[in-house]
Design a protein around this ligand. Sequence first.
Ligand code: AMP
Length: 211
Amino acid sequence: MRMILVGPPGAGKGTQAARLIDTYGISHISTGDMLRAAVAEGTELGRKADGFMKAGELVPDELVIAMVIERIGKSDCENGFMLDGFPRTRAQAEALDRELEKAGATLDAVVLIEVPDQLIVERITGRRSDPQTGRIYHMIFDPPPEEIADRVVQRSDDTEEACVARLQKYHGETAPIVPFYEEKGILVRADGVGSPDEVTERIKTELEARR
Ligand code: AMP
């Protein structure tokens, strides 16, 4: 199963990906996580990406495309993968298509998680994660337990200012990939408003209906 999760920042892509990969036995590839790891390790890619990420801008296509192509060629992707946060531009979508075609592979589904803009800023600015487990919390909707409350961290691009920039990028550059996949007949829409469990159920129901 080869899948893509698309949606605005804060739509719940990371949360849903973590749940769905277990169901389908596939690898989770989050370009945001990979880039944050590169920044933390201070690699050449990380140094190039850092400024774009902090400003809520997209990292240039050529850097991200090369990173993803290398990643999906690894053996743990033979069974399939769930791309989370990629593609984010039409050029990325086309590059992925070409790469899959070369390998004689196809995409099974592109899941679009839809959340209205008004909810996004509230979701993003309250978001925290536990650096030890990677688990994501929300200070109001899903607060961390008291014993770990001191160690949860906020992403540097989860400020209101960067969030507004990221939403603009989403509408300007990422939303246009939706018709690209709709035309291919593999787009699945899921309402992303509700509890994580409710959203997971909606996505699974939609995916099962297509099998
Ligand atoms: P995310 O964790 O998916 O919200 O990504 C965090 C940040 O990483 C984004 O705001 C971008 O700066 C960068 N990024 C992640 N994925 C991509 C991508 N596919 N193309 C360009 N930039 C990306």
